[in-house]
Write a protein that binds this ligand. Structure first.
Ligand code: PEP
Length: 245
C-alpha cells in the first residue's frame, strides 16, 4: 500500500514566537489535512509551537540532533531532548548541515540511530550538487549517500528519505519531472533489502517546492510528499502545498 503523504516544513534559522501566528492561520485554513503535516522550526520554538498547535493535526520536528544521549557537547541537542520538547521527527543530513558543519554520511547515520533510539522519525536528506549532476554522477552520489546515511534498524515507520538536489534549494530552480522520477525510483530500489518494508518508506522531494509546482511534483511516481523550506514559513504558501497532496 502506498504510504500516506507527508508535507514537511523546514523553517531553518527563521521565525520567532510572533511567527507562531502562522500556525493558527494554517490550522484555520486546513483543519483536516488530507496528508500528514510536519513543521520543523528552530529548536527554541519546538515547545511553544507544540503548545500552540494543541490538538490540531500538525506534528513538530527538530532540524538536527546529536548522536550521543547527553554530555559535554555545548550547543548540541540530544534526540531525547527534542522528544521531551514535543518533537516526533528530526531532519538529519540536510545539505546545509553537511556543508556548514562537515557532516559525513557516517555522522548522519549515527544521528539517525540516536533519533530512532529516542523514538523519533529520522528524515534523512540526500542530494547532489550541480557539479555532480553536470558530471553525470547524480545516481552514484545518491546511492552512496543512502548506503552511508541509513542506520541499521531503519524501517518505514522510523525513517523518511528526502531527495533534495543542493542546486534546487532556495534557488527557484527544480529538476524536471523525469529527473525527480529517476532519482526516486533509484531510492526505492536501493532501500529494498536495506530497510524493512521499503515500499512503505516515504520518499520526499525538496528544493523550491511552491504552490505553483506542488501538484505537478506530487504526481511523479514514488514522490510521497515534500520537504519545503522557504514556502513553509507562511500559511498562505504552505497551505496550498498541503492541499495539493
Ligand atoms: C530545504 O532547505 O529543505 C528546502 C527544500 O528549501 P526550499 O524549499 O526553500 O528550496
Amino acid at each position: 500500500m502506498a504510504p500516506r503523504k507527508l508535507a514537511a516544513g523546514n523553517w531553518k534559522m527563521n521565525g520567532d514566537l510572533a511567527a507562531l501566528a502562522e500556525i493558527d492561520a494554517l490550522v484555520a485554513a486546513h483543519p483536516t489535512p488530507g496528508c500528514d503535516v510536519l513543521i520543523c522550526p528552530p529548536a527554541v520554538l519546538i515547545h511553544p509551537m507544540k503548545a500552540r498547535i494543541g490538538r490540531a493535526a500538525i506534528a513538530v520536528g527538530g532540524q538536527d540532533c546529536h548522536a550521543r544521549t547527553s554530555g559535554a557537547h555545548t550547543g548540541d541537542i540530544a534526540a531525547a531532548q527534542l522528544r521531551d520538547a514535543g518533537a516526533t521527527h528530526v531532519i538529519l543530513g540536510h545539505s546545509e548541515r553537511r556543508a556548514d558543519h562537515g557532516e559525513t554520511d557516517a555522522a548522519v547515520a549515527a544521528k539517525a540511530a540516536a533519533a530512532h533510539a529516542a523514538g523519533l522519525v529520522a528524515i534523512i536528506c540526500v542530494g547532489e550538487t550541480e557539479a555532480q549532476r553536470d558530471a553525470g554522477r547524480t545516481l552514484t552520489v545518491i546511492a552512496a549517500q543512502l548506503d552511508g546515511s541509513i542506520p541499521e534498524g531503519a524501517t518505514a515507520s522510523n525513517t523518511v528519505i528526502a531527495y533534495e538536489p543542493v542546486w534546487a534549494i532556495g534557488t527557484g530552480r527544480t529538476p524536471t519531472g523525469d529527473q525527480i522520477a529517476e532519482v526516486h525510483a533509484l531510492m526505492r530500489e536501493r532501500l529494498t533489502g536495506k530497510v524493512a518494508d521499503a515500499a512503505g518508506v516515504r520518499l520526499l522531494y525538496g528544493g523550491s517546492v511552491k504552490p505553483g509546482n506542488a501538484a505537478e511534483i506530487f504526481a511523479i511516481p514514488h514522490v510521497d510528499g515534500a520537504l519545503v523550506g522557504g514556502a513553509s514559513l507562511k500559511a498562505v504558501d504552505f497551505g496550498p502545498i498541503i492541499a495539493a497532496l
